[in-house]
Design a protein. Sequence first.
Length: 371
Amino acid sequence: MSVKNLSPDILKTKQHFDILDGLRGVAALAVVTFHFMEMAISDYSQNFIAHGFLAVDFFFCLSGFVIGYAYDDRIGKMGVVEFFKSRIIRLHPLVILGSVLGLLTFLFDPFGGHPELYSTGKIILIFLSSIFLIPYPSMTERAFNLFSFNAPAWSLFWEYVANIVYAFVLYRISRRYLLLLTIISAVGLCFVAYHAGNVMGGWGGDTFWQGSARIAYSFLAGLLVYRSNWIIKNKLGFGGIAILLALAFVMPFGKWNSITEPLVVLFYFPLLVALGAGATLTQGLKKLCVFSGKISYPLYMTHYAVIWAFLNYYTSHKPATPQLALIIIIGVILLIGVAYLFMVFYDIPVRKYLTNKRKQELNKTAVLQEK
């Protein structure tokens, strides 16, 4: 359908799966905790949430399910361009904000860092690559992250890739071919896990292509769960499924990672998505799930600027274990509060403004077309 006869109603969002929203918040909280802990404890086998990075794979699986649910029956009507506009409006304001926060922390970190070692041109180049999601792993002291000023943006890069493939290929293919692609991508993920010893890669220059294996399988699996209607009715509720999800993040980290991690990603996460979509939610937990879902993306995209500052603080001050635990707990709570402020005063207003502008343009076009 062309823009000239596209109704603004096509842009309306569908009703959410509240428990899946709640689980997204649990995963975001796990990522933040994991990032704090990995800076303080370099030995992952001693880290109680050493598999918190698997939350990203859960995000990818959830994304495949939600994109299928939200767009399978309307992307053909709205068109590829409008689909991309919807995704950019939803995702990119926080990509930009996370980059700005990362730049500010880099320049004004009170606990260390050496911005004077970088030319103004190099800093601008790193910043622009972060804003436009152009991989540029150039900072040694930041482990050659793809996006030095906002490390979590690596997953958004692959999310955009998945959205592009969905718009041009995946929404058109039958469930049979989708299943075939999912199986092929599962083999690719197992190959990565075998050779790397884990499925942690994708965020840095030396593991860049491992990210393609992670997004390929999980996004396809989530989409397959939706298209196959593998929704399992159950009474586990949000609490029960949240505990099951958390178990994946706190499972032991050791020599069996190349087996246990792929098993979790291949089977456990799609199962949790199917359970979450079919679980019954008590009214008392509905507000918690809605809030958890709303805060998850702002929290994910804005927290890492503080993580770099925390690393510099930990390196220079070496706090004792009790003090360290208190800092991390308070840090997580404060980051949730700050993410809420960013959501209320930046993300929601910006997205609302951009969406209203789109609707106005569509209404104008529709009126002119009628004349």
